[in-house]
Design a protein around this ligand. Structure first.
Ligand code: PLP
Length: 456
């Protein structure tokens, strides 16, 4: 426990409550910020990201020694199957990548990833995690105007603040976090770039592909750039399955559509829209952000990348700190992509566990939006207050399970909890713990009886 203690206290909860009233999910219109500082992030005593267990426990006022056994951390959304079993051996023999400078052209990783996605090498650039990709995109639009689809990952707002980009926001709607495409198109006027997370952190929801096609056409019309963060795309099943049976002409249509002739892109991963045949000079106003850290459980290695037009990639690469991508990260990418067994096992695990866990959570009466990611968002039915979110988080912590608080997510404001999907055994433990917490709440006569009314 080395970090300064930030008390959980009622005072901060009250502040957050008043913010919640101003930014409830029901608020459809984009709200322009007058200042770039974001009280949701900077004034909050809560940790800004998942994976900060000690800080979270301090905020919750839970003594780690009071918990039932060793903690399982579900506050960061990492694949429980990773890293791949060969990684330790590979690392032991990979010293040669550390005692020389990495090649700044990133040739191994770029070639492997470009081939994997079917884009040209000039359309892809690796970054120090997906987080650096977000900040590099923002640097390319310094002093501009951005629109952020909220509630979402806080680094978009942070990158905008650091680059004097003024921010307006549009909220996903209701407890199922629907995207209002018409409202988003309207709000795009006068905007330089739009941040859309897909699947979205923290809701897990996936904007429909045809909606994204509509947004892209509109972005082109109004001169905006659509930035789609696909950090969790490997978990969304979309790159798989839905492309099956697709022929070359469907690819051509997607490309032409993205380039603006109005045809609808119906199938396949979004990166197809960047690859209009061999002609990499066509400037589709689309930037795709990716991360390998979550799927391969290598967050400390820092592995992200961007796919965009060759011109945008050049502009972005020029702004990157030299050797930002370390030699180990570059060298391991082809090995990761070649491991089809790991990818297949991970997708099998996800297919089994996500629906099973969501159903079990809903059977407890919890509100659980449809997730297409490797995490689920949930809250108690009835009033959505930060206090009730903390009841869940604190109860989980006592069962030695760390969840992700949502105090720093605009519009969620602490009422919800995000949990990473884990192995069947851990997921069962989560369900049991939540059943206990709900039962205790009911016996204690909490402001609601969570299980009685089904989902709200
Ligand atoms: C939506 C989203 N994008 C990007 C990132 C950054 O991931 P990394 O920098 O570890 O690749 C995260 C991390 O949680 C995220 O949730």
């Amino acid at each position: 426990m080395t970090e300064p203690y930030s008390p959980p206290g009622a005072a901060s909860a009250a502040d957050i409550d008043s913010e919640a009233a101003r930014h409830s999910p029901a608020q459809a219109q984009a709200t322009a910020s007058t200042s770039n500082s974001d009280p949701h992030q900077y004034a909050s005593p809560w940790p800004l990201h998942g994976g900060q267990g000690e800080a979270l426990l301090r905020c919750l006022g839970v003594d780690p020694s009071s918990a039932a056994g060793p903690f399982v951390d579900l506050s960061a959304s990492l694949n429980p199957l990773g890293p791949p079993t060969w990684f330790g051996d590979w690392l032991a023999g990979a010293g040669g990548h550390l005692w020389r400078y990495p090649d700044p052209r990133q040739p191994l990783a770029r070639a492997a990833l470009a081939a994997h996605h079917g884009v040209a090498q000039q359309q892809l650039w690796l970054t120090n995690g997906g987080a650096e990709a977000i900040h590099l995109v923002a640097q390319c639009h310094r002093g501009g105007r951005a629109l952020i689809v909220e509630p979402t990952f806080g680094e978009y707002a942070r990158a905008c603040a650091l680059n004097d980009i003024s921010v307006s926001r549009i909220m996903l709607q209701g407890d199922d976090f629907r995207l209002d495409v018409d409202a988003l198109c309207q709000a795009m006027t006068g905007v330089d770039l739009v941040f859309l997370c897909r699947p979205n952190n923290p809701t897990g929801t996936l904007a429909r592909r045809d909606d994204v096609a509509t947004l892209l056409r509109h972005a082109r019309r109004v001169g905006a750039l659509l930035v789609v963060d696909e950090a969790f795309a490997e978990f969304s099943d979309e790159d798989e399955g839905e492309d099956e049976g697709e022929d070359e002409s469907a690819f051509a249509e997607c490309s032409d559509d993205a380039a603006g002739d109005g045809r609808c892109a119906a199938q396949g991963p979004l990166c197809q829209w960047l690859a209009p045949g061999a002609d990499t000079s066509v400037d589709v106003p689309l930037v795709l952000l990716r991360s390998l850290t979550k799927f391969y459980t290598l967050p400390g290695l820092r592995l992200g990348y961007v796919m965009a037009s060759a011109a945008r990639i050049r502009a972005l690469a020029e702004r990157q700190v030299a050797w930002s991508l370390n030699g180990l990260a570059e060298a391991v990418v082809p090995e990761l992509l070649a491991d089809g067994d790991f990818a297949e096992a991970s997708r099998g695990w996800l297919a089994d566990e996500r629906d099973r866990l969501c159903q079990a959570l809903r059977a407890l009466g919890l509100v659980v939006p449809e997730s297409r990611a490797n995490f689920v968002l949930l809250r108690l039915p009835g009033a959505a207050t930060p206090q009730r979110g903390e009841v869940l988080l604190r109860g989980l912590a006592r069962h030695a399970i760390l969840g992700r608080h949502t105090h720093t997510f605009r519009g969620l404001d602490g009422a919800w909890v995000r949990l990473a999907l884990s192995t069947a055994e851990v997921n069962d433990r989560v369900v049991e713990a939540l059943a206990d917490i709900i039962a205790a709440e009911t016996v204690a006569g909490g402001s609601q009886t969570p299980c009685s009314g089904g989902s709200a």
